[in-house]
Write a protein that binds this ligand. Structure first.
Ligand SMILES: NC(=O)c1ccc[n+]([C@@H]2O[C@H](COP(=O)([O-])OP(=O)(O)OC[C@H]3O[C@@H](n4cnc5c(N)ncnc54)[C@H](OP(=O)(O)O)[C@@H]3O)[C@@H](O)[C@H]2O)c1
Length: 312
């Protein structure tokens, strides 16, 4: 059935945006991607130039749109130098702020404004401690948490009477075309797919099809809340996560998986200019609001999710 709605994807040229755009276009929606690189081709998608900071001709695209989905932000897969810290924070705050101002200017405002946020807002949660829910989760500390808090605060600062605002705390998302799976599968194929650090840290994960499913359920009016932890209901320990990755890649990588101790991870992260926090933080998150709302995950079990990715 053709839906024919206009959906704006700010920062929609990245991993999550491309997957979501494909799903929306497949359902008959018109998608416009706001990008800082208008000459870059994003499939057959229509693009509009923005800088993520200031108003411009792009604002007219929001007029009468059904939904604005904000996925813009400098990647956190980098060294946390002072410059990168500033870019990580500012790209999220500025894009959120300028979208709010643009929505305020519309005569026919979008019905929905969905902002990506991150499940890394919760504290490092180890062992048998309960998983963090939206209602009872413990907020953590440190750079990433500070960014997440400021990002959400900026989003909630705005009152837009005709636009439903929904914040998605997204867990590490697994898919074929980007995100964490690409380097992890590469490592596993090389025989380096053993546990990372102690292997006891929890990994909360989400299949990219469920990310798309959740956004679609929000903008279709099936999910009526304003905050959702977007993670599979079954977080796993890193040792089990990596075992499942090895099984999914098969062959040499399945038979041989060298564990990587913390000190080697630190050296490796420094060499490839990233941070170990992405791997070593223990992330235990429960999608309580999605479960209560009756959202049906396409991939609840890690093995099924990884199998679909490995086969693709
Ligand atoms: N993927 C995950 O596992 C995951 C998990 C939790 C949260 N998230 C959050 O979800 C959002 C989308 O994730 P993703 O994986 O799709 O990220 P991505 O692949 O890095 O895409 C993000 C997009 O943001 C735009 N961007 C980058 N720097 C920017 C800046 N300084 N100002 C404005 N826009 C900028 C880029 O678009 P242009 O270059 O075209 O402008 C880029 O394509 C991000 O905010 C991310 O933090 C992702």
């Amino acid at each position: 059935m053709s839906k024919g709605r206009k959906i704006i994807l700010a920062g929609g040229s990245g991993f999550l945006g491309r997957a979501l755009a494909a799903q929306l276009v497949g359902a008959g929606d018109e998608v416009v991607v706001l990008t800082r690189r208008p000459s870059a081709r994003i499939g057959a998608l229509r693009t509009a130039f923005w800088d993520g900071q200031t108003k411009g001709a792009w604002c007219a695209e929001l007029e009468g749109a059904h939904a604005v989905i904000n996925l813009a932000g400098r990647s956190v897969d980098c060294r946390y130098t002072p410059l990168n810290r500033r870019l990580i924070l500012e790209s999220r705050l500025c894009s959120t702020r300028i979208l709010a101002l643009a929505i305020k200017d519309t005569a026919t405002p979008p019905k929905y404004w969905v902002n990506a946020a991150s499940a890394t807002i919760y504290a490092d949660t180890r062992g048998a401690a309960p998983a963090n829910t939206e209602a009872d989760g413990v907020i953590g500390e440190g750079l990433s948490v500070d960014v997440c808090q400021a990002w959400e605060a900026e989003f909630h600062r705005w009152t837009l009477p005709e636009t439903k605002q929904v914040c998605l705390r997204v867990a590490i998302t697994l898919g074929v075309d980007g995100g964490a799976m690409v380097p992890l599968m590469r490592l596993a194929k090389l025989g380096l797919g053993g546990k990372q650090g102690s292997g006891q840290q929890w990994v909360s994960w989400l299949h990219v099809d469920d990310f798309c499913g959740i956004v679609c359920a929000v903008i279709d009016g099936q999910l009526k809340g304003s905050l959702y932890n977007c993670a599979s209901p079954h977080p796993v320990k890193n040792i089990d996560f990596m075992r499942a990755v090895r099984r999914a890649v098969g062959g040499f990588g399945q038979r041989f998986g060298l564990p990587i101790p913390k000190f080697l991870l630190k050296i490796g992260a420094w060499m490839i200019r990233t941070e170990t926090e992405l791997i070593l933080k223990s992330r235990k998150v429960a999608p309580q609001n999605l479960i209560v709302a009756g959202y049906r995950f396409q991939y609840e079990a890690l093995e099924d999710g990884l199998c679909s990715i490995a086969k693709a």
